[in-house]
Structure formats: C-alpha cells, structure tokens
Design a protein around this ligand. Sequence first.
Ligand SMILES: [Zn+2]
Length: 248
Amino acid sequence: MTIEPGAGTPEAAWEAWTALSALPVLDLEPCRRAVVLAPHPDDETLAVGGLIAALLAHGTTVVLLAATDGEASHPGSRVSSPDQLRAVRAAETSAALAALGAGLPGRLVERRLQLPDGGLTACEDELTSALAPLIGVDDWCIAPFDGDGHPDHDSAGRAAAAACAATGARLLSYPLWLWHWAAPDDERVPWERAVRLPLADEARRRKREALACYPSQTEPLGPAAEDAAVVPPSDLAYFLRTEEHLFA
Ligand SMILES: [Zn+2]
C-alpha cells in the first residue's frame, strides 16, 4: 500500500461515526472457500486479516492471490532496492499468513503472480485470466474496492469483478485507502452496500500479530524521507478496529 503524503481522516472521526457500527453484519456461514486478492503484500492483512483468520477458524479454505511483490513501495530508497523489497515483502506475507492461520483447521494457500507493482492497470486482463480459474461458482472472491483511489487497487477490483461475472462467484470488496481520503457519510462511497464483520478476540490477536510481520511498511527503513513508513501509525489505526468493513 502507498499512502499519499499528508494527513488523512483521523481514526477518531470514523470511531465517532455511529452509522458504521449500525451496518449489517456479514454472515460467514455460507462461505466454504474464499480467494483473497491482494495487489500488494500487506493489503490482505490490513483490510481483511481478521476475516481470513475467522474463515480459517471455521475450517474454510482460503487462497491468497498476491498480484505483486510490492517492489515499488520505496522508489527513492537508498537503503532497499526494488529487488530487496520484493524478497522482503514476499517473506513478510508468508510470515503474516502463518500468524493468521497457525493451528487453525482451514487450509491456507499462497499464490504469487509477480506482476509489476504500480503497473496493474496495464495487466488488468492478465489478472482476470489468472483469477478466474481459481474461483468456483460457490466461492467468495474478496478483492479491493474498485473505487479505493490507488490505481493498482482499482484495477484489481475491476479484474475481480470481471472474474466473478465470468464464474458466478460472490464478490466482496474491501476498502483500504478509502479510510484515508474519505470522510464519514462521504457521498463518493457506496455505504448502502457496506457490511461489517465484528472480530472475535482471537481473530484480532492474530491480525495484530500478522500486522507486526510487515515492518518494511509500518516502520521507517532509514532516516531519509524516501525511507519513511508507508503505513504510519495514523493510518495503521484504521486497521486495528474491532470490526472490518466490506462492500457486498
Ligand atoms: Zn496496496
């Protein structure tokens, strides 16, 4: 994930907006298998780490499809090259998934497409073609909201919608950047489709543990501005809530 510089909507503003906690609750019972699409390593944990842990606790099979390895998170860095970031971030995802799923009955499968970070718009058809064979008619596809505001996220959302239209799978979309740029009751957001997933203590604990597996994004790589944390504490706060939110 890349957050634009500047302050986003403070988490306190979202917390004070009571409409969020009045949203309908997502029922996980019908889900037998889920394919989670992550444009960048960390998107899956930030947005739906609790959902992944909850599905695995129910014995559901979860497939993570990592579209890119996130090599473009620190383009001006003198500390980490894109090749180093690629290796570090892929390893962070594996560690995060292990934290989300360790000892749970559900099967967790990780697949990497290694498409170019920052270049998913040019690969949208390729992404749809890779995704479609992985999702069956009874599966859930959990993908970024196509209006999230990051070109890779929006493209991944469109690719997932196309794959679901072709296969008949159920599409659920997760917002991520949206919490930063939107505001409570924002007219640009389809709140009428929003649902919430209250997280059990165990799922929250696993999510926190998984988030801690991403220091390349949540901590500075070095003292230079180019090496600043991509997800500073003010943004990380959106993803430490007791509930996760999706568009159904
Ligand atoms: Zn991202």
